[in-house]
Design a protein around this ligand. Structure first.
Ligand code: CO
Length: 134
């Protein structure tokens, strides 16, 4: 069911510093910051040959990553995103195998304009998982 790794999302307290690190220290291709008010984040996309890294910084009062940064003030890995062909089929298989789907269980349109769901970290080795239909 699981396809390619689409991105690794890293919550960062300082978006400029994190973008600098990836661009100047690692020599990666790095986008300008993009505000995503619907998702409560500002994102810098880092393009690698085989996947993306997304540097996430809180935007607005109810950002979903604000609490994470309170617990992890230096930043850290927030979630992994795996591609699936059919998000409804993937969700139903995952639920049948005992995985918890976050929210109301209905896919939302994610930061790339494609349907996504999030899965409970306790069911995936302590890692928040996003699945995205590609
Ligand atoms: Co993501």
């Amino acid at each position: 069911m699981i396809g390619k790794l689409n991105h690794v999302a890293i919550a960062v307290p300082d978006l400029k510093a994190a973008a600098w690190t990836y661009r100047e220290r690692l020599g990666a291709r790095v986008s300008v910051p993009q505000a995503e008010p619907d998702h409560g984040v500002t994102v810098v996309f880092v393009e690698l040959p085989n996947a993306k890294i997304e540097l996430l910084h809180p935007l607005g009062a109810n950002s979903p990553i604000a609490k994470f940064l309170e617990r992890n003030p230096d930043g850290g890995m927030h979630h992994l995103c795996y591609e699936v062909e059919d998000i409804i089929a993937a969700r139903d298989q995952l639920k049948a195998k005992g995985a918890r789907v976050l929210g109301d269980g209905e896919p939302k349109i994610g930061a790339h304009g494609k349907p996504v769901l999030f899965l409970h970290p306790k069911d995936f080795a302590g890692t928040l998982i996003e699945i995205e239909q590609v």
